[in-house]
Write a protein that binds this ligand. Structure first.
Ligand SMILES: [Zn+2]
Ligand SMILES: [Zn+2]
Length: 150
């Protein structure tokens, strides 16, 4: 799996626009690349390669390769939500950051600005630019904390 989070995001809003970016980069727009892009743009939540493979009838290994390609072009990003595989979404969707409960697996997707105060504390304290879009903040959700305090 590549970790191409430093590739600039592209403000591409559809699978058709994504196909244009692929062509402009000299890549062939194969049926499977197009299908992966369509699945991602149609979904409201990040998808795993397995979910994309199921939705498109492709095999997971080729879906992974296509996701790597799209990620390398700045069309797609991934986030690690728990122990499972990465979940992919188009970079054109507003960048979200995540809180994940390690007890029940519940997750909260937030606009990045909601965590700016946390970022400011970490920056002031450690000079570190924290980002929660690739790896979430992990802990206990309000429900699990209330169910077994401490
Ligand atoms: Zn990663
Ligand atoms: Zn929980």
């Amino acid at each position: 799996m590549t970790h191409s989070h430093n590739v600039p995001a592209r403000q591409v809003r559809s699978a058709e626009e994504a196909a244009r970016v692929m062509r402009a980069a000299g890549l062939r727009v194969t049926a499977s690349r197009r299908a992966v892009a369509q699945a991602l743009f149609a979904a409201s939540d990040p998808l795993t390669a397995e979910q994309i493979a199921e939705a498109t009838g492709g095999d997971p290994a080729s879906v992974y390769r296509n996701l790597d390609t799209l990620e390398g072009l700045g069309l797609v990003r991934h986030v690690h939500l728990g122990h499972g595989p990465g979940c992919y979404s188009p970079t054109a969707q507003d960048e979200r950051e995540y809180l994940v409960c390690e007890e029940c697996g519940d997750r909260l997707a937030l606009p990045a600005a909601r965590l700016d105060a946390v970022r400011a504390v970490v920056r002031d304290e450690f000079g570190f630019e924290a980002r929660f879009s690739h790896f979430p903040i992990v802990g206990r959700c309000a429900r699990c904390a209330a169910a077994s305090p401490g």
